[in-house]
Design a protein around this ligand. Structure first.
Ligand code: FES
Ligand code: FES
Length: 226
């Protein structure tokens, strides 16, 4: 910067005020185009939402998709149901068949409270559409006991005090049954790892692991359901 002093030209350091003005101007020069570009990008995203509400896509007065008739073999008994395309297996079991032993926790596949066996494999029933399981064999917690005789896993859970509120317990037991059928468990760490999809908010984990180990030792419980 040039300053005139006593009629002489003098090179001097720019004042802090002019330095500030200069840096604001230059940052505006570099930031403005970037800001404009970002604004354009955001606008284009807002203009094309990923999920379009059904009310905007459906013809006015269009009928909802029809319900479908399906057959499920639940705990050994054949059941005919009418389900909407979006009905989950969990809702079909709880609301249509009255099997409320299977619990709804998160309804998002995060907690395992809704675990049931489908054709012998454990799944989160909140993530499965009932219509996709047409003809499948389903085992829920209600199907484990043989009359008054509890399943080995149910007995072990009681003996080891493996629950507190009990909300997660049906899912824990069904999951443990699926785990035992998978035959991958060698150590108690394997049990912890392979049961990690079943959350217990009461923190009864040590007792749950002990109960599963006990049920694995009493093999008659697993043989009965193979
Ligand atoms: S309710 Fe299905 S995983 Fe939580
Ligand atoms: S016993 Fe309460 S959540 Fe598991």
């Amino acid at each position: 910067m040039i300053r005139r002093k006593n009629g002489r030209v003098n090179w001097a350091e720019p004042s802090s005020r002019s330095r500030r003005r200069h840096s604001v101007r230059s940052s505006r020069r570099t930031l403005e185009p970037r800001r404009r570009k970002n604004r354009r990008r955001i606008k284009s995203r807002v203009a094309t939402p990923l999920i379009v509400p059904r009310s905007e896509t459906a013809e006015p007065g269009a009928a909802l998709p029809a319900k479908s008739r399906i057959t499920l073999k639940v705990n050994g008994a054949e059941k005919q149901l009418e389900v909407a395309p979006w009905t989950t297996l969990l809702d079909a079991l709880r609301e249509q068949l009255g099997l409320t032993g299977t619990k709804k926790g998160c309804d998002h596949g995060q907690c395992g409270a809704c675990t049931v066996l489908v054709n012998g494999k454990r799944i989160n029933s909140c993530l499965a559409l009932a219509i996709m399981k047409d003809g499948a064999e389903i085992t829920t917690i209600e199907g484990l006991a043989d009359g008054d005789m509890l399943h080995a896993l149910q007995k072990a859970f009681i003996e080891h005090d493996a629950f507190q509120c009990g909300y997660c317990t049906p899912g824990q037991i069904c999951s443990a049954l699926g785990l035992i059928k998978e035959g991958k468990v060698k150590t108690s760490d394997d049990i912890r790892e392979l049961m990690s999809g079943n959350i217990c908010r009461c923190g009864a984990y040590p007792n749950i692991v002990a109960a599963i180990e006990e049920a694995m030792r009493a093999e008659h419980g697993t043989e009965r359901h193979e």
